[in-house]
Write a protein that binds this ligand. Sequence first.
Ligand code: 8YV
Length: 326
Amino acid sequence: MKPQVLVSREVFDETLALLNAVCEVDSNQADTRYSTDELVARLQGKQGAVISTADRIDAGVLDRCPGLRIVSNVGVGYNNIDVPACTARGVMATNTPGVLTDSVADYTFGLVIATCRRMTEGEQHLRSGDWKGSFLKQMLGHDVHGATLGIVGMGRIGQTVARRASGFDMKIIYHNRNRIDAAIEASLKAEYRSLEALLGEADIVVLLTPYSPASHHMIGAAQLALMRPSAVLINVARGGIVDDAALIGALKARRIWAAGLDVYENEPAFNPGFLDLGNVVLSPHLASASEPTRKAMAHTAARNCIAALTGGVPPNLLNPETATAR
Ligand code: 8YV
């Protein structure tokens, strides 16, 4: 009998074809968001779950789905999965690193430029019908080229953003839990700073660190107060890393100049205070959303799931203990 797999959200036909070749697939092609109870109900009798980063898999869910052997996230960030709880129950957990790095780095730069050069504000002005022609002091922004870029989280995506930044002649400073290899630092021309020093020095602060209890509200009122009044904050990492209420306060009071955001606390019910502000560029969690990248993410998740259910070791296994325990 083929292994049974739930795909919790809509995926591409090619992704389904990959899975259907080996598994019996129940896919939520209607793309409705399951509540926890609905997710648990659909997971009954399933050995595999291909899930979205919006689905929470914790000890409670795992205990109600005793047949589950693999939880395969369509996404690189996996703060929606309690990995130790999976490990304790012998359930494999996987994510999709690598395939989205370049697209997220591209998008990060898009947000940097849009925010510094007030692109969405300009578009709104034009669409409103208020544009009276071009004049010298109209909607003045900040230059991206030559600015000091502070990257918080120097993993794959952070390093790729740093490579993009060198094309803009930017000075690159970074903060990371662990200082990166000296040779990589040198090749990126990136200088290490404490978080506090980075916040005080950077013209543009880009957050690319994973979310965990340790990074919860890593940027709150105290950290925003360290930033320059002319500085820009960009978050493409995860909601919860920034205290959104504190950020709204800082933007309103012009304690920092502007922000560009792709992620929010409590997505998709983000803080409506952002909507009253002109100095913030908002996008709905789109950083990885190019067609080739989203396909690569879905296919990678499918392959991780198939490997686990056919006796292999998934390429992106987050808890290798579960493979050795088999
Ligand atoms: C999404 C992301 O998961 O990979 C991640 O961690 O946050 C995104 O790429 C995306 O929302 C997929 O649905």
